[in-house]
Ligand binder design. Sequence first.
Ligand code: PRP
Ligand code: URA
Length: 211
Amino acid sequence: MQNKNAFVFEHPLIQHKLSLMRNKETSTKDFRELVDEVSMLMAYEVTRDLKLTDVEIETPIAKMTAKMLADRQIVLVPILRAGLGMVSGIQKLIPTAKVGHIGLYRDPDTHLPVEYYSKMPADLDKSTVIVVDPMFATGGSATAAIELLKAKGASDLRLVCIIAAQPAIDRMSAEHPDVPIFCGAVDDHLNENDYIVPGLGDAGDRIFGTK
Ligand code: PRP
Ligand code: URA
């Protein structure tokens, strides 16, 4: 790995499911289910550093001091629309997480992100914010999302994607070195349309069955 901020999930279950997702023969239904499963598996590692606190409880046998998650708000921020596919898998592990939405699409000509929607929960400055988007190609969309979230007060941020391309990692590391990146693979390069090669195609289309 060429970047100290980037963590690649080497777990065999994630790698196997990622290969199924890459296969162009995989159906929309299967693709959506795989995004859900991979996102849930990723949530386990992405939350490894969450703080615990001691609480007094009573088991059927005895009183004890047990560990529970400290009362810090976790906010999931999917970048619409493909990021939506990653929310429910993570929510299975963190059901109390709030969800903020950022609508961005890449302009087909300039490939630059265009913002069309933003709705965030309160107290972003006191929250652990997890931005999710399956594809991290030029990095334009994710860096725009991080900028928007920082402008709204967020400082404890992390990005979770399924496939990252090296140019995007380099860009995020230069512009936001404080934001760790978690991904299933780092692919080589982008094509002339700024799609990740080999990648998995258009994640939004494959999740929602458009095209
Ligand atoms: C895709 C993807 C990311 C973005 C990645 O979204 O889900 O948001 O492109 O590319 P970048 O790193 O070069 O910005 P897209 O613009 O296709 O919109 P969609 O999710 O609505 O399909
Ligand atoms: N968006 C996608 O959905 N796929 C890519 O490879 C790049 C951007």
